[in-house]
Design a protein around this ligand. Sequence first.
Ligand code: UFG
Length: 340
Amino acid sequence: MRVLVSGGAGYIGPHTVLALLAAGHEAVIVDDLSNSKASVLNRLESLSGQHIPMHSIDLTDRDKTDQIFAETAFDAVIHFAGFKAVGESVEKPLEYYENNLDSTLSIVRAMRRHDVTKLVFSSSATVYGPRAPLPYSEEWWPLEATNPYGWTKVMNEQVLRDVAPTIPGLKVALLRYFNPIGSHPSGQIGEDPNGIPNNLLPFIAQVAVGRREKLMIFGDDYDTPDGTCLRDYIHVEDLALGHLAALEHLDSMKEPVRAFNLGTGQGVSVFEVLRAFEKAVGRALPYEVAPRRAGDLAESYADPTRAEQELGWKATKSIDDMCADAWRWQRENPMGYPAG
Ligand code: UFG
């Protein structure tokens, strides 16, 4: 298949591009580089030994989006592009709703116009909201969120559930990611956040490499075994293979839209992640326990049964693998990708 990968220069996108190419598919990246660097492309091309076309456009621009579909015949779209920082979304809700909804609308409009009938959408475990019972099951309803970023995922899912049945042949997989961490085992591709990282793993990695003084652990008084929050961390390489499995499954899907959790099913605490990272680095890392972060849930982990049964996909990598790979990437690229 020839696959348009929106947001293909970001974090999960490039890992998925490599998985697609390794499986014999073609990938065309569309990324406005607002939160990524063009130099990822050289790395992808040298790792894969293939030329990968990239278009740097804003997907909220309907005409430019349509033009890309007019120039190239795609079989499928994997739509990663979007703003993703929870805190920033509270400061700039209008920008989040505009960017994250308009890009999906313009992609689906172009897909309808150009008869592209396979879509894999990046959703998030955040759509389960604060009331869903654990482990999170795709059957849970109603979906809700606690911040504008999360609502853009809930709303995009709803748009796709409404629109898909009206477009003949369209099949959509909604992939609800848990906490993706780790990086490509080559150390060449990884997570490169702008500014101060919001998420746990890039923050720990930057402490380990000397870019930050110490980790702040947001709360050790939760009702969990060691008092810190539990999350379902999943290796980005496993996640990339989940996209491939979903893409290849779309044709045999009975309904137009189906959601799949991509997680391991295991809750791991902040202290456990810190210890696994320290093991990878080979030394203790400085930390301090700080107050709870607003909006954090004590626990979040998937019921991954549906993805295993229907997609034939299961996460296989351990938290030690995730931290070893994340550390290799950070050690070899202390400041992330080269500029340009
Ligand atoms: N944490 C710290 N210190 C930090 C950063 C995080 O202690 O510097 C803690 C958090 O309090 C939380 C855990 O580490 O307990 C994980 O936090 P992350 O920010 O890495 O991940 P979240 O689970 O909060 O958020 C992730 C995604 C969001 C998504 C959310 C729910 O980043 O996009 O899962 O699915 F919305």
